[in-house]
Design a protein around this ligand. Sequence first.
Ligand SMILES: Cc1ncc(COP(=O)(O)O)c(C=O)c1O
Length: 397
Amino acid sequence: MVMPATSKNDSFREPCDFDQTIDRCHTDSIKWCAYPPDVLPLYAADMDFLAPAAITRALHERVAHGIYGYPTECQELRELFAGRLQHLYNWQVAPEEVVFVPRVVAGVSAACFTVAAAGDALLVPTPQYGLLNIFAAAGFVSQEVALIPGPDGLLTFDLDALEAAITERTRVFFLCNPHNPAGRVFTEAELRQIRELCRRHDLLICADEVYSDLVFEGRRHLPFAAIERDFADRTITLMGPGKSYNIAGLRCAMAIITNPELRESYVRILTGMGCAEINLMGYVGTLAAYRDGNSWLDQALSYLAHNRELVHRFVSEHLPGIRMDMPEGTYVAWLDCRQAGIAGNPAEFFLREARVALNDGLAFGKGGEGFVRLVFGSPQRMIQEALERMSEAMRRL
Ligand SMILES: Cc1ncc(COP(=O)(O)O)c(C=O)c1O
């Protein structure tokens, strides 16, 4: 990611040691608390790397002040973020078109409630990261339509099945791009087809683009709403620093809504949910990330690119019958275990036999059965060990 150098302090460009093993046990980490200590957890979508030093420094400085009362909205962050969208994607967004949300998932729920009520339906390409439960809890009907292999073999939208799934209760198309768990970064042609479908059926597009910073060489992220002005009119885009700078726990994300009526309705819903304000440290961390964390992000991305190669090579050479497409973005690998000769659920098999925790594909909805998701945002040594354990477990089959 090439960003203008805005940091005054060169130490912000200090080399980062992504190989470092950092003990996260006893830090209330979801990833490291759920299993006994002999299990390697490669399932939760955060990374085992220290966040950029600039973020930690900014948080320290704020903590040193000692008063943590209600913050006002951070106008500086809004302007910085709008400038970033212009710089990265040539997407012109006015600062006031950025709405802060406490996390992407809250922003997605608010987007759905902006045009849909309980009992209405959302069109959701699957497999899909953990939103199906949230949609169900909110009373929405998820119309799951599995991605299918396209002409190049990569998973893509099944346009006919999407069209067929739409009913008069369908209100929202949920777009996740870059896609978790498929690792796809959708092309302009694919996104234009989705736009056409949504225009024909008058659907709102909720575009979860939280992985937009994590796109590997050869692909480019294209914000859906930036393709053409009229795409933006019916789109609510969610972005944030949680994934790319490894600060999901600081809880700060952004909705970008350029259509003023839509934005007004959205803010009303957010206010009604009591979610219109975010936490102080979220502002501090996000501001530091976008201002001073870009060199760290470049280094993290190239480390993740090596991890991606490692996983891909290992799977094809040492995990017989398991297939994976090379992810174009994100830090997740989606492993097809259906031909691997594993009896029963592959996630349970790898947990029991290899002591490696992966996500069960079943939880990702239609098309997920027989798959596992492996998160590769960890030091290479740990990834290698997990893969070797998996290979060893398969040898015993
Ligand atoms: C695509 C995607 N969006 C959103 C989230 C959650 O983001 P947040 O923690 O900001 O709600 C995840 C978490 O895995 C994700 O994969």
